[in-house]
Design a binder for this molecule. Structure first.
Ligand code: C5P
Length: 284
C-alpha cells in the first residue's frame, strides 16, 4: 500500500499575476502522515477502482489524474490501480495531486522505469501545479506556480487536525476575489528549533487566499474560530480551501479538538494526523 498524504500550505503568499494567467506563489508546504491510499498491481491496460469515504461519484476514467499520470509515464505496460479516497476532494489539501504523484512513484517502481525524482516532478508539473511538491512529500519551499521547489530542513512533527465543512470553493473564484497580497519576497525560512519557533514564524505569515475564500464561503470563518477555540497553536486555511487545519501542542489536545468538532458539527469532516518531518517521509 502506498500513501498519498494531504498537502498542507502552512502559509501561502500570493504575488502578481504572471503572463500565463497564474499568480506567482510562495508557500511553506508540509504533509500529513495519513491521507489517501493507493495500491498498484500488474494488469492488462490501465484500470482504476475507487473506494473509501470520499470515493463515491469520482470518475475513474481518462480524466482522473491517476489515469493521466499512468499515461504520462509513456509506458506500454499495464496496471490495476486501487484508490481508497479518505480525503475530501477539491478542498485545498492536494488530494488529487497527491494521488497523481503517488501514481507516478508507484508505477515508476512497478514498471521498473528508473525515473528519478526530478524527472517525476517534471512530468507532474504538466499534470497540475501541486503535483511536483507531492512527489517526495517532504517539507518544501514552493515558488513560481508550484514548480520551483527547495527542500527544507526537518520541521517539528506537530499534531494536526484537518477540518472541512463540506462546501466547495472553486480555486479560480478565490483567486479572482483576492484583495490583499503579501507578495513573494520572503527569504528561505530558518531552521526551526522546535514547535514554538515554527509557530512564531508562521504567525508572521498568512494564507492570502483565506480572506477571499471566507467571503465566498463564510462557514470557513466558523471552522477557523472553532479550531482556534479548541486550543490550537495556529488555525489556518490550506490552499484555496475550504479545508482548514489546526496545529496542536500534543496528540491528546488534537484528538479532543477533533472529537469536539465532530460532536458539534456532524456534517463537518475532521481528521487527526501528524505533520511529517523530512526524515520521516512515507513517500518513497
Ligand atoms: O490550478 P487550478 O487549475 O486549479 O487553478 C484554477 C484557477 O485558479 C486558474 O485558472 C487561475 O485562474 C487561478 N490560479 C491562479 N494562480 C495560481 C493557481 C490558480 O491565478 N497559482
Amino acid at each position: 500500500m502506498a500513501r498519498a498524504p494531504a498537502k498542507i500550505n502552512l502559509f501561502l503568499h500570493v504575488g502578481d499575476k504572471r503572463a500565463d494567467g497564474f499568480h506567482a506563489l510562495q508557500s511553506l508546504v508540509a504533509f500529513t502522515e495519513t491521507g489517501d491510499e493507493l495500491q498498484f498491481a500488474a494488469g492488462e491496460g490501465v484500470s482504476l477502482a475507487i473506494d473509501g469515504p470520499f470515493g463515491a461519484g469520482l470518475s475513474a476514467g481518462a480524466d482522473n489524474l491517476i489515469v493521466k499520470a499512468a499515461r504520462a509515464l509513456g509506458s506500454e505496460r499495464g496496471a490495476r490501480v486501487t484508490l481508497t479516497k479518505n480525503l475530501p476532494v477539491a478542498s485545498g489539501i492536494g488530494g488529487g495531486s497527491a494521488d497523481c504523484a503517488t501514481t507516478l512513484r508507484g508505477l515508476n517502481s512497478l514498471w521498473g522505469l528508473g525515473r528519478d525524482v526530478a524527472a517525476l516532478q517534471k512530468i507532474g508539473a504538466s499534470l497540475g501545479s501541486d503535483v511536483p511538491v507531492c512527489i517526495t512529500c517532504r517539507p518544501q519551499w514552493m515558488e513560481g506556480r508550484g514548480e520551483i521547489l527547495t527542500e527544507l530542513p526537518p520541521l517539528p512533527e506537530l499534531p494536526i487536525v484537518l477540518v472541512n465543512p463540506g462546501v466547495g470553493v472553486p480555486t479560480g473564484k478565490v483567486f479572482a476575489a483576492l484583495t490583499t497580497l503579501r507578495g513573494v519576497g520572503l527569504p528561505l525560512p530558518p531552521k526551526f528549533s522546535g514547535a514554538a519557533d515554527l509557530i512564531a514564524y508562521l504567525k508572521d505569515t498568512s494564507n492570502d487566499l483565506e480572506a477571499p475564500a471566507r467571503i465566498i464561503a463564510p462557514v470557513i470563518g466558523e471552522v477557523l474560530d472553532f479550531i482556534a477555540g479548541e486550543g490550537a497553536l495556529l488555525a489556518r486555511m490550506s490552499g484555496s480551501g475550504a479545508t482548514c487545519f489546526g496545529l496542536f501542542a500534543n496528540a491528546d489536545t488534537a484528538a479532543r479538538a477533533a472529537a469536539a468538532i465532530r460532536a458539534a458539527h456532524s456534517s463537518w469532516w475532521a481528521m487527526v494526523s501528524r505533520l511529517l518531518s523530512a526524515s520521516g517521509t512515507i513517500c518513497k
